[in-house]
Design a protein around this ligand. Structure first.
Ligand SMILES: Cc1cc2nc3c(=O)[nH]c(=O)nc-3n(C[C@H](O)[C@H](O)[C@H](O)COP(=O)(O)O)c2cc1C
Length: 374
């Protein structure tokens, strides 16, 4: 099969290494639905410290999601969340190396507004900007503000996103843009300044339509799931899909790490989180995903999995166990990176940075020295 060269973005995957970043806890509660987990308030102060620690530890990127409605419950899970664009601009000022990737919903922002936002973030961050493009999946999150496009179904929202990102890219490179799309029109629309380098674009679409959109327009995809074999299949599918279009897409997954001094201790900590499951928040999350009350009561496979309290895939163990499990993911799945989540970022980031990251860097170094793009 032909090998496609990715556009370089000054990250390890440019040369076949692994991009390892942090999913910032911009909403209270992080990614564990539990009354027993460490307090994560989703504040600017906390996220600022996360970014500083991530940079010190040598992570490649920090990313924030965009969320407009929480899941409630006893812990008010995700009821409070920061704006990811303002946040990343501020974090760009307190860091100098780590990439700063924000998130914007295509159904909420006009492409000309977004072209300018990212061009600005590109200047503030001196070329470290990136954008997670999301179509918006949960009706209640947007109908609460009268912004849910009725009659535009899941796949059509990706058609909208395709027009949107086409407009944004043209505004970044052309003096004046005229287009007459189904969802967006531009009439000699101008946007200055241009970003010096096109911002990194990533999408987390898991549907066929979302994957095709990613293959056509994005630099990377976030895959769901955490088992090495399932990630291997998803990664291969994403890369094959992009290759059909003569494009290259980097593949990432997410992982929550629960550390302990021993495996037993880590497992006991994880069990403690699960024991404190916030039933109300779980119910709120499932409702947001479109589950009906009867289905939530029926305990299907997804509900059962969610009862662990962990919203994302997780590894639990001593440093050695975590290193082996993450290495196995990279070895088996051939994915290009990982976005880390911690129950407590203040201890998790430095520990991972000191004990795990150097080993992963050594085991998965890429083909040539990174200074090639330095
Ligand atoms: C790492 C990651 C980050 C995501 N960030 C957001 C987000 O910030 N806002 C949002 O509405 N959806 C977010 N999503 C949901 C995805 O954009 C996407 O809608 C979802 O994975 C379902 O895929 P589909 O749209 O192809 O059906 C995220 C998903 C993942 C895995």
């Amino acid at each position: 099969m032909t090998e496609f060269q990715p556009t370089p973005f000054d990250i390890p995957s440019d040369t076949g290494g692994k991009d390892i970043g942090i999913f910032l806890p911009i909403a209270n509660g992080g990614w564990i639905l539990s009354k027993n987990k460490p307090e994560l308030d989703g504040s600017y102060a906390y996220n600022r410290q996360c970014a500083i620690l991530a940079e010190e530890a040598g992570f490649d990127f920090v990313m924030s999601m965009s969320k407009f409605r929480g899941y409630g419950g006893e812990t008010d899970h995700w009821n409070s969340s920061l704006d990811p664009v303002v946040l990343m601009a501020a974090l760009a000022e307190v860091t100098s190396k780590v990439k700063v990737w924000t998130t914007i919903h295509t159904i909420l922002q006009n492409p000309a507004v977004v072209a300018k936002i990212l061009a600005t973030l590109d200047q503030v961050s001196k070329g470290r900007s990136g954008l997670n493009v999301v179509t918006g999946s949960y009706k209640g999150e947007f109908s609460q503000m009268g912004a849910w496009p009725e009659g535009v179904d899941h796949d059509a929202r990706y058609d909208l996103a395709k027009e949107w990102v086409t407009a944004v890219k043209r505004l970044w490179t052309e003096d004046s843009v005229t287009m007459d799309g189904k969802y967006f029109t531009m009439d000699e629309c101008e946007s200055w300044p241009k970003p010096e380098k096109r911002p990194f674009l990533v999408c987390a679409g898991s549907s066929k339509k979302g994957m095709r959109f990613t293959s056509e327009e994005m630099d990377a995809i976030f895959l769901s799931g955490g088992e090495p074999a399932e990630l291997a299949e998803a990664s291969r599918a994403a890369k094959d899909d992009a290759a059909e279009l003569d494009r290259y897409v980097r593949t990432y997954s997410m992982m929550t790490v629960v550390f302990g001094d021993t495996d037993e201790e880590a497992e006991a900590i994880a069990r403690h989180y699960t024991d404190g499951l916030d039933e109300g928040a779980l119910h709120g999350m499932l409702k947001a995903y479109g589950f009906l009350d009867e289905e939530i009561g029926k305990e299907n496979a997804f509900v059962k999995k969610s009862r662990s309290g962990f919203m994302a895939a997780h590894v639990v163990g001593s440093t050695e166990t975590v290193i082996e499990k993450l290495s196995e993911i990279f070895e088996v799945s051939n994915t290009d990176g990982l976005m880390m989540i911690f129950p407590d970022y203040m201890t998790g980031i430095p520990k991972f940075g000191k004990e795990v990251l150097p080993v992963l860097r050594e085991r998965f170094p890429g083909k040539v020295k990174l200074t090639a793009h330095g």
